[in-house]
Design a protein around this ligand. Structure first.
Ligand SMILES: [Cu+2]
Length: 651
């Protein structure tokens, strides 16, 4: 009998593990879980935590608000949600990815679904879907607890101050906190100061839950985030203010029996983004460029489990408004005004289903599908008329239908784990791609104009992985590969008949569909545990990206590698890391990308846990190398040697 219970218990944890495994990876931000996280611990930014994930790279335009790339695809081909909520950035220059509006202390973890197999709320996720999961105290937990976190980094004088408090009972829970970061300009290798790389950010959040009955729960979230005086050394402008207000209210019913839970959430968020070039010298034409985004939405998710199936059914809808304009002040002459995002209202309704089917004790099949319908309307008269000059007869309203379908099969035995998957999915053009108006891109120095006549882009994906454990699990190797075959790939195309608006711009590009494109990624990860205290991991990855003429796309990773040695001695642990990439020789020359040189850096860190105190110290870029990675916008250099120290104390 005992054996049976044990067996079923093991089996149960196994299915739970397989279900979560389908979220390709989880990066853990909060303390109470095990998983990947930045060696910097609690004070690390979300961007630094994200760097730990496979398939993820970060595009840097400065020291703050990096743009996550998944499978070598940028924001347009990804979905980023906060606890299933849709939120859209408000900057026409991508200064404010969604991840910049939350703070590590807000989150429990970040889940990444690679490729087309997205979370139920994800739309347009060809490259992948990130869901930032909020940290909630939950019911029946430690009654009172609070944490104080302090951190300092030598390079750039980054200061971090954070505090949060938790209350939990059977009936009610609440947790909240405040986090503040402030940094001056950082120094690149060799002590060269990188001007306009300062930033300041404050974030406050509250999560509450109330148990209405044993099976009914209501939860509410409120996040306020404000970044100010943020420098973008890779761009021509900085940010005076980027502010977000994020709120949600949900109701959850738990069932007994085959149905697990039914959650319905309503949410609202708005973002205000104000750019600033007044601190830059030699500005020929001063510009004001504010942007606004607000989104209201709801989703309803029903989950059920039978012996073999674990099903999730979701319906969602959101309405988003995006508006941006620009006023130029040419010295002496009258100001010039133009609308760069013509107040586009997007109504999107979708329905999604996922099913994890246990075929046998060792094999699992996962299916997921989503169908979305979208309506877009240009609400700003001036912006509509301006675009109409280039696209005579264009409509004020557009309708799109997009969808995705993915299947994967997993076979796992004690020593081997094998997965294979395929998917197809499409995405609608973004507001920039469809209706953007003279948006200057500092990457290739072109002014970009949107194209309302774009077709939806779609892609077919194939992926597979194989993991083998050897020598009683002391050694393991994982190989992993995926390939995306695009049709109607959306990219900026030269338009020689038009003149640029921006001083010093090379020319104008208009977004268009190219027949096909391919992006493929591969990686190998080895892990070695010779003794319990020592863990050595080594990882290498390589990607290619080609357009319809076989020319390389830009921002595609060359061969990159990292090795990490962790030495664990009870309360004390040591971490050594060496990482880098080779010369990026297949740069997107056609798309204005220059080669990125090879680089290697070395990082050290140490953690000491004593009772309720966690102490961390380390040094990044130990040998003070001057370098830029292939995702550093316009090759702005990374930080030089950086000593850091932080302390967390649980009261
Ligand atoms: Cu901006």
């Amino acid at each position: 009998m005992l054996g049976l219970i044990l067996l079923s218990a093991i089996f149960q944890t196994d299915t739970i593990a397989t279900n979560t495994k389908q979220l390709d990876e989880v990066v853990v931000v909060a303390h109470s879980q095990t998983g990947k996280r930045s060696p910097k611990g609690a004070i690390a930014s979300i961007d630094e935590h994200l760097q730990e994930l496979n398939h993820v790279d970060l595009v840097r335009r400065g020291a703050y608000a990096w743009e996550p790339n998944v499978n070598n695809m940028q924001t347009e081909r990804l979905s980023t949600t906060i606890d299933g909520m849709k939120i859209f950035y408000a900057c026409t220059d991508k200064m404010d990815p969604v991840t910049s509006y939350v703070e590590s202390s807000n989150l429990q973890n970040i889940s990444l679904n690679s490729g087309l197999d997205g979370n139920p709320q994800a739309t347009g996720n060809i490259g992948g879907a990130l869901d930032l999961r909020l940290r909630k105290a939950g019911f029946d937990n430690t009654r009172y607890s609070s944490t104080i976190t302090l951190g300092y980094e030598g390079n750039g004088h980054l200061q971090v101050y954070g505090g949060d408090a938790t209350y939990s009972s059977h009936k009610i829970y609440a947790n909240g906190g405040v986090f503040y970061r402030n940094a001056d300009n950082y120094k690149a290798g060799g002590g060269r100061e990188v001007e306009y790389s300062q930033f300041q950010k404050v974030n406050a959040f509250v999560n509450t839950g109330l148990r209405l009955s044993e099976c009914d729960v209501t939860e509410a979230t409120l996040i306020f985030d404000r970044a100010s005086n943020v420098g973008y050394p890779a761009l021509n402008m900085d940010v005076a203010k980027a502010e977000a207000f994020i709120t949600s209210l949900s109701y959850k019913h738990l069932f007994e029996g085959k149905l697990d839970s039914w959650e319905t959430k309503v949410y609202y968020n708005h973002i205000t983004h104000v750019m600033d070039d007044t601190k830059r010298p030699d500005v020929e034409i001063h510009m004001d460029m504010p942007g606004k985004s607000w989104t209201a939405g709801a989703y309803s998710l029903l989950a059920a489990t039978t012996d073999r199936h674990s099903v999730q059914f979701n319906i969602d809808g959101y309405y988003n408004r995006l508006f941006a304009d620009m006023t130029m002040y040419p010295g002496g002459a009258a100001p010039m005004y133009m609308v760069t995002w013509p107040d586009v209202g997007t109504l999107n309704l979708g329905t999604a289903v996922t099913d994890n089917i246990t075929l046998s004790k060792v094999s699992l099949l996962r299916l997921s599908a989503k169908l979305s319908w979208q309506n877009q309307r240009l609400n700003n008269e001036e912006g509509y008329k301006a675009l109409n000059v280039f696209f005579p007869g264009m409509s004020r309203q557009y309708y799109q239908t997009t969808g995705r379908l993915a299947a994967s099969y997993r076979l796992s035995t004690a020593k081997n784990q094998f997965t294979i998957g395929a998917g197809w999915g499409s995405r609608a053009p973004t507001v920039t791609e469809a209706y953007g108006y003279y948006l200057n891109n500092t990457f290739d120095q072109y002014d970009y104009i949107g194209n309302p006549r774009l077709k939806n882009e779609n892609a077919f994906e194939l992926n597979g992985s194989y993991k083998r454990s050897m020598f009683n699990g002391k050694y393991s190797v994982l190989v992993d590969a995926n390939a995306f075959f695009f049709n109607n790939y959306i990219i900026g195309q030269f338009e020689t008949r038009l003149c640029p608006m921006t001083v010093d711009a090379e020319g104008v590009k208009v977004y268009g569909n190219i027949n096909h494109a391919t992006i493929a990624n591969s990686s190998i990860t080895m892990e070695w545990n010779p003794i319990k205290k020592i863990r050595l991991t080594a990882k290498g990855s390589y990607s290619i990206g080609l357009d319809d003429e076989g020319e390389p796309l830009s921002l595609i990773s060359p061969f990159s590698y990292s090795t990490r040695l962790t030495y664990d001695l009870g309360p004390f642990s040591l971490n050594t890391e060496v990482k880098g990439h080779t010369l990026q020789s297949k740069n997107g020359k056609k798309y204005g990308e220059n080669k990125t040189n090879a680089w290697t850096i070395c990082n050290l860190s140490a953690t000491y846990v004593w009772r309720k105190t966690t102490l961390r110290a380390g040094v990044e870029n130990l040998f003070d190398r001057y370098y830029a990675t292939y995702t550093d916008w316009c090759h702005i250099p990374q930080k030089g040697r950086n000593l850091y120290m932080n302390i967390s104390y649980v009261l």
